[in-house]
Ligand binder design. Structure first.
Ligand code: GTP
Ligand code: SPV
Ligand code: MN
Length: 627
């Protein structure tokens, strides 16, 4: 263990490397002091998650113009934040995995040698909090003290981040007590990178959403550190979320035999009253929140929410795969959320919600595309400009979001925050694909399931900077979130599967809600109607367990597809031939896709598990045979 005495004493000031040395001692007070010495805030405030502190911070942000109170009669306890127009999404090009060995970051992550990154970060963090308050936020991912939970401490100069972390994670004095008494914790430093006092001591006025053109979202997997600079936006700044609960936690999971995944968690109850737990991985803005809160259109079925974005999965002593949602809130996509698509989300957002980059109505409420079928005649758009429907540009930013406590969700499951988690019955992989990929297919075993996850591709969304609509590979929906080599992640999935009781291993499925017809219209109604697909999966689980004997599936080259009549489409107004199109597997286009998979696998060299290469060969043979 490194001690304070090992710290280089020659430096004229505390450097970022000094902070790293001190973090390694586990002494949170010494670490906070060192971060303050590096960043030079005007004062330091320790956060305890209390309502009193939250109110004071909110009042301060209202004064500063960071938060606009909504009309309390329409939306009690709720606020609108407008970000800097250049700080609206995750910055994947500025996200770094700084493992000691470049190969451990893998070809899909940006890598910089750790000491080189520390030097770069040192120059931007030095004095970066001048004139601001530095907040210390002790938080737990997962129920405090739970066997699958982990602790962290985020230091930030953004009150928006403090209040948001209070919703998204468990912030409390108890967490700090645990950290002080020697429990392991992840050190996470965040600065918006907009000091209010310059090096010469000159003060400059604050702005509503401070940030910096230069951004860094840096992770050090070996020392489990996070350093984020220049952005106030969710995924870049709420460091418990993607940075800790996915990038750092995925490395912890690799080393300790568990999985940190970009997955929703639900409990499905069948008309027979049997309960099933499902996890589903879809890329950013591809339907996790919506599936997590789904209201089934099928009579007698019930879906309850456990989590909407991140799941931690660990083999339990009973041979099942147990899952928790490490978060305490939802940071969800606003556009497209309406009473017809996601009524549970609409009810969740009735009060005590922070909205970011949505539009404002003249009455002092919020609006976004899809909230109502027709837009209001007049709005203030997400940038603060007057807006009418004739303007032709979206009123809300396509990646505008809501931040709200999970406990407010009317469909939240009983025991959703059970520290022991729930046993998983099925795992679902999906993407946004206008062509090729069928509505649903079941993997023929765990290895095939891992192959399905490894080969997800999806059209880009507004959740990260980049060209919307461009098709890209997003294995396990973890492309931007895996803290180590992606092919090692696949090997790890195979290992975790082998650690489970074969009779209790979750079944794996692939889905695609987004297939389109020749005119570009969605073939499948989606949302509540997705319950029909869940029902087929559950029927397949029952068949696997001998609870049903009817035939549910037919074999196709890409997996098991619903047999004729097995997918309940009763009462659905599908266009002529739509179901056939939805389940169509075209061998020629799939063979082209297999070629692309081979090219994709080649980028990982010999780290690709042999089982996955064998699966690709198997897929090709099956496609050739079906031509
Ligand atoms: P992140 O929070 O970015 O990880 O996203 P997410 O996966 O939780 O995505 P979300 O559920 O918020 O959905 C994103 C967009 O997809 C929204 O605009 C939804 O309205 C839309 N969407 C979700 N489910 C469906 C569906 O079944 N069919 C169609 N057509 N659109 C959907
Ligand atoms: C995503 O982009 O997948 C999100 C939003 O869930 S953020 O937390 O900003 O990453
Ligand atoms: Mn996400």
């Amino acid at each position: 263990m490194t001690t304070l005495a090992d710290r280089p004493t020659t430096a004229a000031r505390t450097t970022l490397a000094d902070v790293t040395h001190i973090a390694a001692t586990g002494d949170v007070h010494a670490w906070v002091e060192a971060v303050a010495a590096l960043t030079e805030p005007a004062d330091v405030v320790w956060c305890d998650g209390s309502d009193e502190q939250r109110r004071a911070l909110v009042a301060r942000m209202v004064d500063a113009g960071t938060l606009l109170p909504l009309d309390p009669a329409l939306r009690p306890g709720s606020y609108l934040a407008r970000s800097d127009p250049a700080d609206v999404a995750r910055v994947e090009a500025r996200t770094f995995i700084c493992s000691r060995d470049r190969a451990d970051a893998g070809p899909t992550n940006n890598w910089v040698e750790p000491d080189a990154m520390r030097r770069e970060l040192d120059t931007v963090f030095a004095g970066s909090m001048r004139g601001r308050t530095m907040y210390v936020v002790p938080f737990s991912m997962g129920p405090v003290g739970g066997p699958l939970s982990q602790l962290g401490v985020e230091v930030t100069d953004s009150p928006y981040v403090v209040v948001s972390m209070g919703v998204m994670t468990r912030v409390s004095r108890v967490v700090l007590d645990l950290v002080e008494s020697g429990a392991p914790w992840v050190p996470a430093v965040h600065s918006v990178g907009a000091p209010l006092v310059d090096a010469a001591g000159e003060r400059r006025p604050d702005v509503a959403w401070p940030c910096n053109e230069t951004k860094y979202v840096s992770h050090f997997p070996e020392t489990r550190e996070i350093w984020s600079f220049g952005s106030g936006y969710g995924g870049n700044a709420l460091l418990g979320k993607k940075c800790f609960a996915l990038r750092i936690a995925s490395v912890m999971g690799r080393d300790e035999g568990w999985l940190a995944e970009h997955m929703l968690l639900i409990r499905v109850t069948s008309p027979q009253g049997r309960r099933y737990h499902l996890a589903a991985a879809f890329p950013s803005a591809c339907g996790k929140t919506n599936l997590a809160m789904l209201q089934p259109t099928l009579p007698g079925w019930r879906v309850e929410t456990i989590g909407d974005d991140i799941a931690w999965l660990r083999p339990g002593p009973d041979g099942t795969l147990r899952a928790i949602n490490p978060e305490a809130g939802f940071f969800g996509v606003a556009p497209g959320t309406g009473v017809t698509t996601n009524p549970a989300a609409i009810a969740t957002l009735a009060r005590d919600t922070i909205f970011t980059n949505v539009a404002l109505t003249p009455e002092g409420d919020v609006w976004w595309e899809g909230l109502t079928p027709e837009p209001p005649a007049h709005l203030t758009d997400w940038t603060g400009l007057p807006w009418t429907p004739a303007d032709g540009r979206p009123a809300a930013h396509p990646n505008s979001r809501f931040t709200v406590a999970a406990a407010q969700c009317p469909t939240i499951a009983d025991g959703w925050d059970d520290p022991e988690g729930v046993p998983l019955d099925a795992i679902v992989f999906g993407g946004r694909r206008a062509t090729n990929v069928p509505l649903v297919a079941q993997a023929q075993g765990w290895e095939h399931g891992v192959f399905m996850g490894a080969t997800i591709s999806s059209e880009r969304t507004a959740a990260a900077e980049g060209l919307v609509g461009e098709l890209r590979r997003d294995p396990f929906a973890m492309l931007p979130f895996c803290g180590y080599d992606m092919a090692d992640h696949w090997a790890h999935w195979l290992r975790v599967g082998a650690a489970l009781d074969p009779d209790k291993r979750p079944l794996v499925f692939g889905v695609n809600w987004f297939r389109k017809d020749d005119e570009g219209r969605f073939l499948w109604p989606g949302f509540g109607e997705n319950a029909r697909v869940l029902a087929w999966m559950v029927d397949q689980l029952d068949r696997a367990r001998g609870l049903r004997t009817d035939a549910g599936a037919v074999v196709s080259p890409v997996g098991l597809l619903p047999a004729a009549g097995a997918l309940d489409v009763d009462g659905l107004d599908l266009p002529e031939g739509a179901l056939e199109q939805l389940l169509d597997v075209d061998p020629d286009s799939w063979l082209r896709e297999a070629d692309l998979t081979e090219e994709f696998f080649a980028t990982f060299g010999d780290r690709v598990p042999a089982a996955l290469r064998a699966r690709l060969a198997h897929l090709r043979e099956a496609l050739e045979r079906s031509r």
